[in-house]
Design a protein around this ligand. Structure first.
Ligand code: SF4
Length: 155
């Protein structure tokens, strides 16, 4: 991680602590990198994560299931430009981005002033191929960002 990336991620964490506003699911985008998809898998998850065939060889299966269960949109980005285009959609208020430090820092700067919460992916097979993410950590972040379901909200 470069010094600049480190500074951007730290500032973003401070910003996050200052703004804990919860949002309905339709205002949140779960942005995923294409390198999470198992190399060689032909499922067109970049078009729609629901095209994942649930074989379980990568985390797309669990992420698809979680996004569906929580009612949030998930997009598998082909690259930084595609990710930014989705993040800047007017109806999106907050982006939960799974990314490496470099992509996350770029995304935070590009999407500003929108809120971006990041979960770093890991590289068990080297950079940008068959990367991994802790799905439970992603869900924990979402639990802090989402408004409680309608029936359980305070009146
Ligand atoms: S879980 Fe989905 S995206 Fe991952 S390898 Fe299997 S079919 Fe492909």
């Amino acid at each position: 991680m470069t010094v600049l990336e480190n500074v951007v991620l730290r500032l973003n964490n401070v910003r996050r602590r200052l703004n804990r506003k919860r949002l309905p699911p339709e205002r949140i985008l779960l942005l995923l990198p294409h390198c999470l998809q198992k190399k060689g898998c032909a499922a067109l998850v970049g078009e729609d994560i629901r095209n994942c065939r649930d074989c379980g060889r990568c985390k797309m299966k669990e992420l698809k299931e979680m996004a569906g269960r929580l009612g949030i949109r998930a997009h598998v980005a082909s690259g930084g430009r595609d990710a930014l285009k989705r993040a800047l959609a007017p109806d999106i208020e907050l982006i939960l981005a799974v990314a490496c430090a470099k992509e996350l820092a770029e995304g935070i700067r590009g999407a500003f002033p929108k809120r971006v919460v990041g979960v770093l992916n890991s590289w068990p097979h080297g950079a940008c191929v068959d990367t991994d993410v802790d799905v439970a950590a992603v869900e924990r972040e979402l639990a802090e960002l989402l408004l409680p379901p309608e029936g359980s909200r305070d009146t």
